[in-house]
Design a protein around this ligand. Structure first.
Ligand code: ZN
Length: 231
């Protein structure tokens, strides 16, 4: 009896790798990877909280006690920084490390809740609705998604942005999807909240073709774009 059990266990041990191979190769296992978000939090300490509330009050003219937003809009960006590590290091400190053009307006460092790597991996740097400085005039209502790269964003990044937009639309009352280069089109609309009319920066990210690709794939969500764009 014992020798029979030994025989059976040895037999099973021998066929196990083949059985696993068959499972791995089956159509079921070949399905698309599951949408997932990897938490990789940046610092959100008392100083960042204080600077966020100051930004809300001084720049947007909004008095709040919590540094959170009610999202109405998603703004897509590219980082112009080539790697995930360097981008994380840029957003991680609470205080803006350089950039005198931005420092005059506030010492709060720039950031976004979501960062998409070149291979489409999605990282969450802050809770979805935490206030983050990424788009003049609209931060108080906009969730930012940054894509690692420049004018060379990848197909995997398009796909990840589409998944993220769908995920956020399911959770929040999102009405608009814009590229950062479109933000100035909101000047003069009720959504625009910036106390200094001269505080503006020139933006081209994340490029028109990237926005076209993402918009085409989320058309069914009926999100609005730039108010100047004839739909
Ligand atoms: Zn941007």
């Amino acid at each position: 009896m014992m020798s029979f059990l030994v025989f059976i266990s040895q037999y099973l041990f021998r066929i196990l790798p083949f059985a696993l191979l068959i499972i791995a190769g089956s159509p079921c296992a070949a399905q698309k990877p599951t949408f997932r978000i990897i938490d990789k939090p940046i610092i959100f300490d008392e100083e960042r909280k204080k600077l966020s509330l100051e930004y809300l009050a001084q720049r947007h003219g909004i008095q709040q006690t919590d540094p959170t937003i009610k999202p109405k809009m998603i703004v897509l960006h590219w980082t112009a920084i080539p790697t995930l590590e360097a981008t994380f290091d840029a957003f991680n400190p609470s205080v803006l490390p350089g950039r005198p053009d931005l420092q005059a307006a506030s010492h709060l460092n720039t950031a976004v809740p979501f960062l998409v790597d070149r291979d489409g991996t999605i990282f969450r740097l802050l809770p979805d609705t935490t206030f983050a400085r990424h788009c003049i005039g609209l931060n108080y209502c906009a969730i930012g998604i940054e894509n690692i790269g420049n004018n060379d964003l990848t197909k995997a990044q398009i796909k990840a942005n589409v998944q993220l937009v769908r995920y956020l639309k399911r959770l929040y009352n999102i009405e608009y999807l814009i590229g950062h280069y479109e933000y100035k089109d909101f000047i003069g609309t009720p959504l625009w909240k910036e106390t200094d009319p001269n505080y503006l920066t020139g933006k081209t990210d994340p490029g028109k073709s990237f926005m076209r690709s993402v918009r085409k794939r989320v058309k069914d969500l009926n999100l609005k774009g730039s108010p100047l764009q004839a739909e």
